[in-house]
Design a protein around this ligand. Structure first.
Ligand SMILES: Cc1cc2nc3c(=O)[nH]c(=O)nc-3n(C[C@H](O)[C@H](O)[C@H](O)COP(=O)(O)OP(=O)(O)OC[C@H]3O[C@@H](n4cnc5c(N)ncnc54)[C@H](O)[C@@H]3O)c2cc1C
Length: 317
């Protein structure tokens, strides 16, 4: 880790960290990024473990693969939404290589960026999604500068579990809530990032506090075998005698960062779920949606996913 931090310090903006490489190598091959130095994190020991303190917290190392997270019996039991989200990322091959740290730090996959258009992320001063083809990658919840939705399934689940990102830098360590880590836009040096990681920082692990909740992740993608979410929803809640409390409802695939809906949560808190209440919560969650020219279908799609997630979690459907 010391070597990695010192290389980061030496190369600054010219350096890129490599974990599973599913995101970074694609971008290097496409000349989207052209690093002077690639720092391989995979050989750093101790960053690929899942540690659980019963009824206290869970710590998952940044190099833990998505497959390991999806397979973990402990996660399936107590942090189901995280195991489920990791299990529907891309394809088995990508999940075997892709890591937790890489998944939450990945950049947007907007096709304008991928295909070499000038945009905020590639040094330009424009976002083509605003007036162009926003069908798959465009936010429906607004955004600042880049309007591409954040692609990580796992980050949406972590937001529903109050996950915290642990980070090291030469100046020391810090921890930040996943919702403050993924703000959607953050200039670092000359780079517009989705996250708030500094140029000299490395994610080491994610911590999730234990809450006696039930949780679930529901995703819609065009190709079920391997594809990004067109829309998704993560829900966690304590459900006792049918009454909901301590709940989180977070939307994915529709905003520049995981999008928590406190309006929908307020409707359900201390209530028993019903079809009508689930529909009302879905309406509330999308009340402030501002779709772009070609993606208004995501509003109805998201409402459907929310209804499904709530009713299935309650065992109604
Ligand atoms: C065909 C395809 C389909 C996909 N579908 C999905 C999908 O459905 N859902 C989804 O969520 N993702 C999807 N992805 C994205 C893929 O899951 C991520 O690219 C993968 O999880 C990234 O992990 P990685 O370890 O390979 O990251 P890398 O490619 O190694 O790194 C990704 C980024 O994170 C940075 N990084 C990596 N580790 C750290 C760290 N510890 N600290 C700081 N920065 C770090 C790297 O510098 C780089 O910028 C898809 C990708 C492909 C190619």
């Amino acid at each position: 880790m010391d070597d990695a931090l010192s290389a980061l310090g030496r190369y600054g903006e010219g350096a890129r960290l490599l974990a599973g490489g599913q995101d970074l190598l694609f971008r290097i091959k496409k000349y989207i990024v052209q690093p002077q130095c690639v720092i391989n994190l995979k050989t750093i020991p101790g960053l690929d473990t899942i540690r659980s303190k019963p009824e206290e917290s869970l710590r998952v190392g940044a190099l833990t693969t998505l497959s390991a997270i999806a397979r973990s019996a402990e996660l399936q039991r107590n942090y189901a939404v995280l195991a489920q989200a990791a299990g529907v990322v891309a394809s088995p091959q990508i999940r075997n290589m892709g890591t937790l740290g890489g998944n939450i730090c990945q950049d947007v996959w907007c096709w304008y960026l991928q295909d070499g258009f000038s945009c905020w992320k590639s040094g330009g001063k424009f976002c083509d999604l605003a007036a162009g083809d926003s069908r798959y990658y465009g936010s429906i919840m607004g955004g600042h500068l880049c309007l591409s939705n954040h692609p990580s399934d796992v980050a949406v689940a972590l937001a529903a579990l109050d996950g915290r990102v642990h980070i090291v830098a030469p100046k020391g360590a810090r921890a930040v809530a996943i919702t403050d880590f993924l703000t959607g836009h953050n200039w670092v040096g000359g780079r517009l990032q989705s996250h708030t990681l500094g140029l000299d920082e490395i994610v080491t692990e994610i911590e999730v506090p234990f809450r006696p909740t039930r949780s679930t992740y529901v995703k819609f993608a065009l190709r079920k075998s391997w594809d990004f979410a067109i829309a998704s929803v993560a829900v966690s809640a304590v459900i006792e005698d049918g009454i909901w409390s301590d709940l989180r409802i977070v939307l994915g695939g529709v905003a520049t960062s995981p999008c928590r809906s406190r309006e929908a949560e307020d409707l359900l808190r201390h209530e028993k779920i019903s079809e009508a209440l689930a529909a009302a919560a879905a309406e509330a969650a999308l009340e402030n949606a501002r779709p772009l020219k070609m993606n208004s279908y995501k509003v109805d799609l998201s409402k459907t996913l929310i209804r499904r997630a709530l009713l299935s979690l309650a065992g109604v459907r």
